[in-house]
Design a protein around this ligand. Structure first.
Ligand SMILES: [Zn+2]
Length: 410
């Protein structure tokens, strides 16, 4: 087999495309495969497919898979079609996506390697810049998004994840199967509205739940997108309730510790983490010390008991009785007169319908937390992202479960 015929076969070229020559440059360790367009016939306009006049041709170069360690490039004079209606346009080539400087086989190799190697290592191994890898990933994500159907999505999870430490976020919308469906800048009402835009009309009708934290911005976005149905959809998992109550108990403990004699103040400080735990998780000795302190720190003891009671309502009661039990709990908190706890209870009361929805729909925050952790781990392995666009692309690339392959109909 001649080398031109070999490359013709490897690249799967069909007339009028043909390999014209293969050159090996030993000093630069490069292989250059020159491809020609052998046709004197009119060419097709890329937009309307009508046979039109050839305007001219432009030389273009694509990086291809290495040939025995030699970086390999495809080179071709690509004709430009002159359509009276659509103007002058470069015709598509069968080995690469429009606008890409890499052959599809090369891009496929990068996409496959990225599945099990970090971005950082792929950049090194293939001598590619991060920008180049990002563009390959972006095209892969766009191919996948164009093919994706969201007609069967029923349960959504929305959460924010940090881009930079602590102060820059993206909003992530996922399905209950752990597939990331959309990512948007920030954690505002607009952020979630942008995520919702990917949902087709049919999904909008059949969504059963949207799990979230108690963010007003997310609630607003959900209300404007789902209208009156949102009342039955918004689900706030106990995880978020527990967070608010734990903080309240801690505030009560700090306040009350101030009025204790010094030696008890110290003991109170030493047991500070114990107060945040749930009863069953306390080791025997710590539980004894907390029980002793609880006798002296009545407000803290009571707050802690009420926090525990809220957890029991969540995990222990039937859905039918849950509402009454929450109302009873709210009344108890109010009667306690403990300010930080009352403030926390106001939040619980405000979100009670969403808390009951979560109980009814068995919505759990666990999966959102797991996705968040995976995203943060991916970020760590990539050694951070220079800009948010790249971060968003990578999230969809790794967790969007997209079909990113090149499907050949050409
Ligand atoms: Zn045209």
């Amino acid at each position: 087999m001649k080398d031109t015929a070999l490359y013709q076969a490897i690249l799967g070229l069909l007339p009028p495309w043909a390999v014209d020559s293969v050159q090996v440059d030993k000093t630069t360790q490069r292989v250059t495969v020159t491809i020609v367009y052998e046709s004197h016939l009119a060419i097709a306009c890329p937009t309307c497919s009508k046979a039109v006049r050839k305007h001219d041709s432009r030389k273009r170069i694509w990086r291809h898979l290495d040939t025995c360690q030699f970086e390999t490039y495809l080179e071709a004079e690509v004709p430009r079609a002159d359509c009276p209606k659509h103007g002058i346009q470069t015709i598509p080539v069968p080995w690469a996506s429009p606008g890409s400087r890499y052959s599809e086989l090369f891009e496929t190799k990068i996409i496959e390697t990225l599945q099990f190697t970090s971005l950082h290592s792929v950049a090194k191994a293939f001598r590619l810049s991060w920008g180049a890898i990002d563009r390959i990933m972006k095209r892969a994500v766009l191919r996948g998004l164009a093919r994706r159907s969201l007609n069967k999505v029923e349960d959504l999870l929305v959460d924010e994840t940090a881009f930079c430490r602590g102060h820059d976020y993206v909003t992530v919308m996922s399905s209950r199967t752990g597939q990331v469906l959309a990512v948007a800048d920030g954690k505002s009402e607009q952020s979630l509205a942008t995520c919702y835009e990917v949902l087709p009309n049919i999904a909008k009708q059949q969504i059963r739940s949207v799990s979230m934290d108690m963010s007003q911005a997310f609630i607003n976005a959900t209300e404007s997108f789902f209208g009156s149905r949102s009342k039955r959809l918004i689900a706030v998992d106990h995880f978020h309730v527990a967070k608010v109550l734990t903080k309240a108990v801690d505030d009560v403990r700090k306040q009350e510790a101030n009025s204790l004699p010094t030696f008890l103040k110290r003991e109170c400080h030493r047991t500070r983490y114990g107060w945040l735990k749930r009863n069953g998780n306390l080791a025997g000795r710590l539980r004894e010390r907390i029980n002793m302190l609880a006798k002296l720190m009545l407000n803290t003891g009571l707050s802690w008991a009420l926090k525990e009671q809220a957890r029991l309502i969540w995990y222990g009661s039937s859905i039918r009785r849950a509402k009454d039990q929450w109302l009873e709990w709210l009344a108890l908190v109010k009667a306690s007169g403990i300010k930080p706890l009352i403030t926390a209870a106001t939040t619980v009361k405000k979100h009670l319908p969403a808390i009951l929805n979560a109980m009814r729909l068995k919505a759990s925050n666990g999966l959102a937390e797991a996705i968040n952790a995976k995203i943060q781990y991916m970020k760590l392995r990539a050694k951070g992202f220079r800009n948010k666009e790249r971060f968003k692309t990578a999230i969809l690339f790794y967790f969007g479960r997209l079909d990113m392959a090149f499907h050949h109909e050409r």
